[in-house]
Design a protein around this ligand. Structure first.
Ligand code: ADP
Ligand code: MG
Length: 666
């Protein structure tokens, strides 16, 4: 029960049936049709064990209209006793046309007498688990439903008039009367369903609004760019000019920073759109104003790369950048911690290590989270709390290449301002994506050799992801590395995988970045953010095993410079339907927003976000696409409800979200 999250009465009441079984009527045997699931009742006229192929129990029952064979492949002596000749049985199962006549294999059965009553409502079938039998669950839910406090919390007039009360809706959904429309129950369009969805969406909208209002009351340091300050100096020192989109989002961020309320902004832009420099410029503003900045990235490789890039940009301007990851140990670590705590490091870059309790900042003014979707909500909250001692909150800038679809933005990220870089830096040639069956592997290696020899190209070779076994994963990468080393004599072929020490990884990355290595064989450790502009070939093996956004991220490692780039997706068939759709999407578009839209189509919003992203359970009942009108209604109601019926709003949120409401704030 705990695993299914069924602890409180309200949880049980909200554990809704997957489907229903109709045990409210008896179908005369003669009228039942093959392929139908029916309930019949009759008297046993024969009961014997047969040894046809394997031992089985054959029971024949009949009513006035015909006869029916029951076949049991697993049975106990007790079965024979209860189904002895002369007993009256009520059986339920799928009717099949067998060789020996119409039959049911392993029907549910019950010994009855002439006046055993029929069920007076449809029988619910609940999502269950192997160790939790349906019968037990039915009883538990029925009593939970009875006990649950389901009084109407919302003031009259709030709920659309054509919808039932919450109590009515739930009673109905758990025990629909025999004449209920199964179609509207199953497609969730029944008013009882609508009521639940509305409740849920409303709770979610109210809590979003609460979070938004709470944040508006928080204080943050107002950070403004100085004329001739660091911001301008950095801009002047960059080897390129900003794109129009970068300037625009930079301006949006600057306006937020200048306010005394904490910024809560998502910077989204396709892979390679140039988010890092925008972040660096924001950091320059914060530092110039006398505050510190923290930059957190999900992997060591990415953190290291940011570190090198930002050191290159900022140290010439006289800034001190500290480096903090799990692998920085001992004295070096203490030095970094001290530099963060006494404020001498103006910028601290690192992995999750940055949010550990031991890490203190003297004056954290801006927290930047790269690839924010890779972090949990709790981690984002932790970074925000790093300034708690001063009764101020730092500004937050989150970055992601995975755009949030509009309906999700309206629900889960209503409290987030979004800036979008919708333009790539000039001079990029679009990546050409090719999809090949694994049989073409040798041709692909041949092609890599050509490219490496004739134009000193650099290639990534991403090895299959073997989720069940990290050891196999590694073996694969090592073998591919050996194979490519042989195919490319005289060229450096590197290997990068998750088991390597951070220093080893960094050394390999440095070789590849410097152009001294032709091919880098890697596991998915290179997935996010890695930036080597000269790399122009990407091979992804067993591409069918990757998710769409992951493929797009991987592909985004090439096409970062002016060289024309190619991405080869090798797959091993047979492909599943979704596998086909994913590869097709990759071949058809390079546009991250389009990819995200298709991903949403293929996977649905639940998976799209994952629990890591939402922090709270996703909508259980409502569907963002289908229930857009209800969502709209809930959105309009939320402010008035919060203003005029604060207590009802609070109780409603409490009932629906409980402690999860806290998470929605991140
Ligand atoms: P992402 O948005 O995926 O994080 P990066 O910030 O890593 O992208 O930028 C990708 C590459 O483009 C980097 O090498 C970066 O230096 C370069 N770049 C960023 N902005 C521009 C620009 N305006 N003009 C030319 N190159 C740029
Ligand atoms: Mg990046």
């Amino acid at each position: 029960m705990e695993k299914l999250g069924l602890l409180r009465d309200i949880d049980l009441a909200l554990h809704l049936p997957l489907r229903y079984e109709d045990e409210t009527r008896i179908t005369p045997i003669g009228l039942a049709r093959e392929g139908q699931v029916v309930q019949c009742e009759g008297e046993v006229v024969e009961c014997r064990i047969e040894l046809r192929g394997r031992r089985q129990l054959i029971v024949r029952i009949e009513d006035e209209s015909g006869e029916l064979l029951l076949r049991f492949l697993h049975f106990y002596p007790s079965h024979q006793k209860s189904m002895a000749v002369g007993q009256r049985l009520r059986v339920r199962g799928e009717l099949r046309g067998g060789f020996f006549g119409r039959e049911m294999v392993h029907p549910a059965f019950k010994v009855v007498n002439e006046d055993t009553p029929l069920a007076d409502s449809l029988t619910p079938v609940y999502p269950a688990s192997a160790s939790l039998p349906q019968v037990y669950l039915r009883k538990a839910v029925a009593s939970g439903l009875k006990r649950a406090a389901l009084e109407e919390v919302l003031p009259p007039g709030v709920v659309p008039a054509d919808l039932p009360t919450l109590r009515e809706a739930l009673d109905f959904l758990h025990h629909p009367p025999p004449e209920a429309s199964l179609a509207t129950l199953e497609d969730h369009s029944h008013p009882a369903w609508q009521r639940l969805k509305f409740e849920e969406l409303l709770a979610q909208q109210i809590s979003q609004l609460q979070a938004q209002r709470e944040r508006a009351r928080l204080k943050a340091p107002a950070l403004t760019a100085r004329r001739g300050g660091l911001h301008e100096q950095l801009l002047a020192a960059l080897p390129f000019g900003l794109t129009g989109a970068q300037q625009r989002v930079g301006e949006e961020i600057a306006q937020d920073l200048a306010r005394p309320q904490p910024m809560h902004r998502l910077l989204q832009g396709d892979v390679g759109a140039g988010k890092t420099v925008v972040a660096a410029l924001a950091a320059a503003v914060a530092i110039d104003a006398g505050w510190q900045c923290a930059l957190m990235a999900p992997t060591e490789i990415l953190a290291e790369q940011h570190f090198r890039k930002l050191v290159g940009w900022l140290e010439p301007l006289g800034l001190k950048v500290a480096w903090l990851t799990g692998s920085v140990k001992g004295k070096a670590r203490q030095r970094m911690l001290d530099a963060a705590a006494d404020g001498s490091a103006q910028l601290v870059i690192g992995t999750h290590a940055v949010i550990e309790d031991k890490v203190k900042f003297a004056k954290l003014g801006l927290a930047i989270i790269d690839e924010q979707h890779r972090f949990g909500v709790a981690q984002r909250l932790a970074l925000r709390k790093k300034l708690a001692s001063m009764a101020l909150e730092p500004h937050m800038l989150m970055m992601s290449a995975t755009p949030i679809p509009r309906t999700l933005a309206m629900t889960y990220f209503a409290d987030l301002d979004v800036s979008t870089i919708d333009e790539l830096p000039p001079g990029r040639t679009p990546i050409v994506t090719k999809v090949f069956a694994d049989g073409r592997r040798d041709n692909v290696i041949e092609r890599i050799r050509d490219e490496v020899e004739t134009r000193a190209a650099q290639a990534y070779w991403v090895c299959p992801l073997i989720e069940e076994s990290e050891a196999l994963d590694l073996k694969n990468a090592i073998e591919t590395h050996a194979e490519l080393s042989i195919a490319l004599p005289g060229r450096a072929v590197g290997l990068l995988h998750g088991r390597m020490k951070p220093a080893e990884k960094a050394a390999v990355m440095a070789e590849f970045s410097a152009g001294r290595m032709s091919v880098l064989v890697a596991t998915t450790v290179i997935e996010v953010g890695v930036d080597v502009p000269n790399a122009s070939l990407m091979v992804i093996e067993h591409a069918e095993r990757f998710g769409l956004s992951q493929l797009h991220q991987l592909r985004g490692r090439v096409g970062r410079g002016a060289v024309a780039s190619v991405c080869v997706l090798l797959y091993t068939g047979p492909l599943s339907q979704t596998g086909k759709e994913r590869l097709k999407a990759m071949a058809e578009t390079n546009d991250g927003f389009e990819i995200a839209r298709r991903d949403l189509d293929i996977r649905g919003p639940g998976e799209f976000m994952g629990s890591r992203q939402s922090g709270a359970e996703l909508l259980r009942f409502a569907d963002l696409q289908e229930d857009a009108p209800l969502l709209q209604a809930a959105r309009q109601l939320a402010p008035a409800l919060l203003d005029r019926h604060a207590d009802a709003a609070r109780r409603h949120v409490e009932r629906w979200l409980g402690t999860k409401a806290e998470f929605l704030k991140a």
